[in-house]
Design a protein around this ligand. Structure first.
Ligand code: PMP
Length: 425
């Protein structure tokens, strides 16, 4: 291979795709990965092994199945810690998803906040990283402030230092927008927070599916993500938290398994992470997530990054050729991931997605749980294509072809009705 051959030529998306039973139908073009990604065979295998060889509860029990279940559950936690490069697996709390993880942080960490303390968010946040803080504000008199959005759909960090200095106790931002695909400069956010004694929570639901992470290097205090977007099962997610912070936080949900001692008058609680895992956890799902993240660690993410950007560039260039199609977010590939939302003039996002579905294209349309973002952009929802390593150029080309026909039909209808359509990038 010549020295300047790009790594992309070495990444074999079809070999990855063959590992996914859900993608066996060649007519399916699955581009809804930001909502839920498909699962590789390795994850089905791990979950099936647990259900057939080790199915039992993970709390206590001295029989062999219980021991196997406890070992597998502990191993799953270690696998998550490895994926996150966490200092210890005790920093990994299993939740049922990113939403539950952020609710946990908002409730438990939120108990340490006082009336007037500021939590800094952005207008790009998913409702999961907005509504729990609104509820905290109602409960404790905390004040929410918001970083605006730039013209090209990024969190505007221009004033983050200033905002962090205004009595801010926590900055809670998305790592990657689920609408625009823009990636946040977390290092800058962390510097601003540290300079002012604030904590940082990052909603990693959209970045974790695109790369293994490094909690020690990232320097944040909390990180949340979901299993079903990282090639694992639904019903499982993670809140990673710094040990000393988790130690200082009260439980969120209470009940069995998370206690040390219970009397009729009260209870004492176990150390983290168990303090935050009340009741029987989603055991098979945790094991499936561990297998999914291990599977991710077998891939060449540098090559995938280049590959994904190549597909994203192809998609953005194709969309720019279509009249009446407006991309919501960056139209270049700097600091972004393969999540591309677009509005088609004259069609609702749902109509676009239904038309695309006729061609085997799976895309999602609507507000993507980010209504304030759409209000700020002045757009009434969007269809969204989101990429995973098993997507191919063919997926992009079929999408562009189908959109071209849809836009062409719209144009023709407009011409027939006697008014022309303004072309937009
Ligand atoms: N944050 C972001 C940025 C997301 O994209 C999502 C899922 N769409 C969530 C949080 C919530 O994830 P879940 O529904 O798995 O809890």
């Amino acid at each position: 291979m010549p020295p300047d051959t790009p790594a992309t030529t070495r990444f074999d998306a079809l070999a990855v795709k063959r590992q996914f039973p859900g993608l066996a139908d060649e007519r399916l073009h699955y581009l809804d990965n930001a909502a839920t990604a498909q699962m590789p065979e390795a994850v089905f295998d791990a979950m099936r092994r647990f259900e057939t060889d080790a199915r039992a509860n993970v709390h206590g029990g001295s029989h062999r199945c219980a021991r196997r279940a406890m070992d597998a559950y502990a191993e799953a936690r270690s696998r998550v810690a490895r994926f996150l490069n966490a200092a210890s697996s005790n920093e990994v709390v299993f939740t049922y998803g990113a939403t539950a993880a952020i609710n946990l942080a908002a409730y438990s960490f939120g108990q340490s906040l006082q009336p007037g303390d500021i939590v800094l968010l952005s207008v790009l946040e998913h409702h999961s990283n907005l509504v729990p803080w609104q509820k905290l504000a109602e409960r404790r008199g905390v004040v929410l402030r918001f970083l605006p959005m730039t013209e090209d759909g990024r969190i505007d960090l221009d004033r983050v230092e200033e905002e962090a200095a205004m009595g801010c106790r926590l900055i809670a931002l998305t790592h990657c927008s689920n609408v625009t695909g823009a990636v946040t400069d977390v290092a800058r956010v962390v510097r601003a927070a540290r300079a002012n004694g604030a904590r940082v929570l990052i909603d990693g639901a959209q970045l974790a599916p695109h790369t293994p992470l490094d909690m020690r290097a990232l320097g944040v205090d909390f990180y949340a993500f979901s299993g079903h977007k990282t090639f694992g099962p639904t019903g499982i997610g993670v809140l990673w938290g710094r040990r000393e912070l988790l130690d200082s936080m009260p439980p969120f949900l209470t009940g069995g398994q998370m206690i040390q001692k219970v009397t009729l008058e009260g209870a004492t609680f176990r150390d983290p992470p168990f303090r935050f895992e009340a009741g029987t956890p989603p055991i098979a799902q945790a094991i499936g997530l561990g297998a999914a993240l291990d599977w991710m660690l077998t891939l060449d993410w540098k090559a995938i990054r280049e590959y994904e950007l190549r597909l994203t560039r192809r998609l953005l260039a194709g969309l720019a050729q279509l009249s009446g199609v407006r991309v919501i977010g960056p139209t270049d590939t700097a600091s972004r991931r393969g999540v591309v939302s677009f509005h088609v003039e004259g069609c609702t996002p749902d109509e676009v997605c239904r038309a695309l579905d006729m061609r085997g294209l799976a895309l999602r349309g609507g507000y993507h749980c980010a209504q304030p973002l759409f209000a700020a952009a002045g757009v009434d929802g969007a269809a969204r294509a989101s990429l995973a390593p098993y997507n191919t150029e063919a997926d992009i080309d079929v999408l562009l072809d189908a959109l071209g026909r849809l836009v062409g039909r719209n144009d023709a209808a407009r011409m027939a009705a006697g008014h022309a359509f303004p072309a937009q990038g």
